[in-house]
Design a protein. Sequence first.
Length: 132
Amino acid sequence: MSIEFNHIIVRVKDKWKSARFLANILGVEAGPEWAQFVLVRTNNGVSLDFLDSDNFQPLHCAFLVDDAEFDAALARIKDVGCKYYADFGGNGPSQINHLYGGRGVYFDDPNGHVYELITKPYGETPEQFREI
């Protein structure tokens, strides 16, 4: 049997608002509501299952996208006035990175979760991050 990532529960203050925010950036639909969750499905069937909660820790999720999807998502990030930056430490505000011959960007959602879009999968640790 192969192992595939299927879903993750994302605890947020308002599940519909948060699901719609991410779905809009990714260019997909929010929903349906399943039990107490609002789902956002990626093109490969993985879902982020948003759940209302008063207690949660911020998490980080990264999405591998093609160049056209990256351009469209970055435009939507800018259109909604979302803060974005070049690395996971918040460095390079309003910039993207060019790691591994691709492009990447980090952006915050209203709950403090950090999402990342990349056009190339990660390889070896870039030198600037080896001491972290």
